[in-house]
Design a protein around this ligand. Structure first.
Ligand code: FNR
Length: 191
């Protein structure tokens, strides 16, 4: 079975991106993936510093890296902050990119050669598109294969129905399409 972690880039109560991540996780499961939902609020990650790393690798950074390393693919669902991704998510990606144990400097065991997909919900009419451009570039830098499909949910404050579903059929269908492609690509890469 294909293992996929879904990582939300917001820990805000009532977060639109967490709501979108939940829909995406459901869709991945419906398409046969084994999904791990990752709440970054459950990880005690200091802001990356070489001095902290040299002293002792933070246990939760290792826990997150190990969790990523166990996956066939990663799906990131993130807000856009000032045209980029939030420090919460960038810091998590950075910690999990660091070598541990006997690994070489650019081993990138959490990421290398795996499929990734990206989604964003934003209160703006652009749906967090600029943040996704940065996120795509960062994930490519850590040697992930980011699939071309992506999802933006604009006007997120008005986009979700009471039951958590998306009101508009277009973003809803894009979630399904992106999840299907991620499962297919992750499966193909694992063979
Ligand atoms: C934002 N927001 C925002 N939205 C956007 O579309 N483009 C942007 O550049 C920014 N910049 C930005 C900076 C900071 C510091 C904050 C706190 C917010 C608004 C953002 O879309 C909104 O807060 C979302 O609700 C955040 O996502 P969650 O927490 O609902 O998932």
């Amino acid at each position: 079975m294909t293992n996929i972690a879904v990582i939300a880039g917001s820990v805000r109560e009532g977060s639109y991106n967490r709501a979108l991540a939940e829909l995406a996780a459901d869709s991945l499961e419906a398409q046969g993936a084994r999904v791990t939902r990752i709440d970054l609020g459950a990880f005690d990650l200091p802001l990356y510093s070489a001095a902290i790393e040299a002293g002792a690798f933070p246990p939760d950074a290792l826990r997150l890296k190990t969790l990523f390393a166990e996956q066939d693919a990663l799906l990131f669902v993130s807000p856009e902050y000032n045209g980029s991704l939030p420090p919460l998510l960038k810091n998590a990606i950075d910690w999990a990119s660091r070598p541990t144990g006997d690994e070489g400097l650019v081993a990138l065991t959490a990421y290398r050669g795996k499929a990734a997909a990206i989604m964003s919900a934003s209160i703006s009419p652009f749906g967090g598109l600029r943040g996704l451009m940065h996120l795509r570039q960062i994930l490519s830098t850590v040697q992930m294969l980011v699939i071309p499909e992506q999802v933006v949910v604009p006007n997120a404050h008005a986009a979700f129905a009471e039951d958590g579903s998306l009101k508009e059929p277009l973003p809803a269908s894009l979630v399904e399409m992106t999840a299907a492609r991620l499962v297919a690509v992750a499966g193909a890469l694992a063979t």
